[in-house]
Design a protein around this ligand. Structure first.
Ligand SMILES: [Zn+2]
Length: 247
């Protein structure tokens, strides 16, 4: 009898391992023929914080429900990782505290904790950023966590001002913002725009093709000639894209 039970438990264990491996591979390995499985099951899986961790889901947008609504988490703790390459502008800190132009809904508010990041090189590679984004934040007391890293310059594309870092954070390239203009108000605007754009991605929004909107893909690579046209609030289409991603 005991032997039968042991075999049964072993069978269940193997069965669950196969099921887990199948879903893990579908979600994370980017295999083309498993894509329909990921597309179908990902939206349900990401809604549950524990399942998201169990399956290692860490793509921009996977944690959107933590930030967009107050259902699971009533507070947001924003961790700003400063480096020797610069601090966040005061106008950016205000933008974050006030709910990032209305897209972060938290009944108990948003707090900012500033921390230091040591040994950030003058140019950072994708590996450097991947290494940061692999560290999934610890949530506590009904608080979701979002991480913002203030780094130097993005090595593969030196004019880029921001980049998502997994599902729970993003990078601001301080040197690229610093070198974008002489004008402090343009630099402030560019940082604000970068925050709005990357938060849009964390909330599940993709790029849209609308001039003057934050989620327009041109803002990833501003270029000097467009620097005076930087939007610093979400347009109607941005808000629609964020809303549609969170239905
Ligand atoms: Zn983008």
């Amino acid at each position: 009898m005991l032997k039968k039970i042991t075999i049964f438990i072993l069978f269940i264990f193997i069965f669950l391992t196969i099921i887990y491996s199948f879903f893990y591979a579908s979600f994370n390995l980017g295999v083309e023929y498993l894509k329909p499985i990921s597309d179908n099951f990902r939206p349900y899986t990401i809604k549950n914080f524990t399942l998201r961790r169990v399956f290692g889901l860490n793509q921009p947008g996977d944690a959107k429900s933590d930030y967009y609504s107050t259902k699971q988490f009533t507070k947001l703790k924003v961790e700003v990782y400063r480096s020797s390459h610069g601090d966040m502008f005061e106008t950016s800190l205000e933008l974050i505290k006030n709910g990032i132009d209305g897209v972060i809904n938290k009944s108990e508010g948003i707090s900012i904790k500033q921390m230091e990041l040591e040994n950030v090189p003058g140019k950072v590679s994708d590996d450097f950023i991947d290494n940061l984004s692999n560290k999934i934040p610890k949530y506590s007391n009904n608080s979701a966590v979002m991480k913002i890293y203030l780094l130097s310059t993005y090595e593969p594309h030196p004019t880029l001002t921001g980049l998502t870092a997994g599902a729970y954070g993003f990078v601001i390239f301080k040197n690229s913002i610093e070198e974008s203009s002489e004008s402090i108000s343009i630099k402030n605007g560019l940082e604000k725009n970068t925050i709005l754009h990357e938060v849009g991605h964390l909330l599940g929004a993709k790029h849209i093709e609308k001039d003057g909107c934050v989620m327009d893909k041109i803002v990833d690579v501003p270029g000097k000639e467009r620097i005076n046209l930087i939007p610093t609030t979400y347009c109607f289409y941005d808000l629609q894209a964020i809303k549609d991603a969170n239905i």
